[in-house]
Design a protein around this ligand. Sequence first.
Ligand SMILES: [Zn+2]
Length: 153
Amino acid sequence: MLPETLSPAFRPRTAATGALVVWHELAHAFLLREPVVRTPPWLQELVPQALSAAVANRTGLPLGEHLTQIDRDPGFKIRGFSATDADGQMAFQNLLVLLGTAAVERFGEGFLKRLVRALWEEREVVGEERAGEILADALGRGGREWLLSRPEF
Ligand SMILES: [Zn+2]
């Protein structure tokens, strides 16, 4: 059974919301074509958020307007976060779409391919530290410094 309408928990509600949610879920499905080891939630969710942002850019969806409606300081950072309720989960996902969009702008879409390949190659459960290394390596030159400069991270 598939939902026909978007839960009110999805925020902000803009012209981009519905498409972003669908691309996000398609990205999860794509990632699961190969076995993926357990990683911190932020890394698991960053891939679909960055990918949906990249598709939004390509298709000319009003992503910029969507991003302006996101709370940039919900009182936590993505690392170590685990959601306890729908509002917390949404705030977490919104920080990830900010980070994912900024990463695509700064490093280009190519980092997503490197990140997905790296996740498929991991054989052991990925902890917080390793997750940061995997992402920084996928971003490429200057990735580590950039990541540490990001307020969401
Ligand atoms: Zn997700």
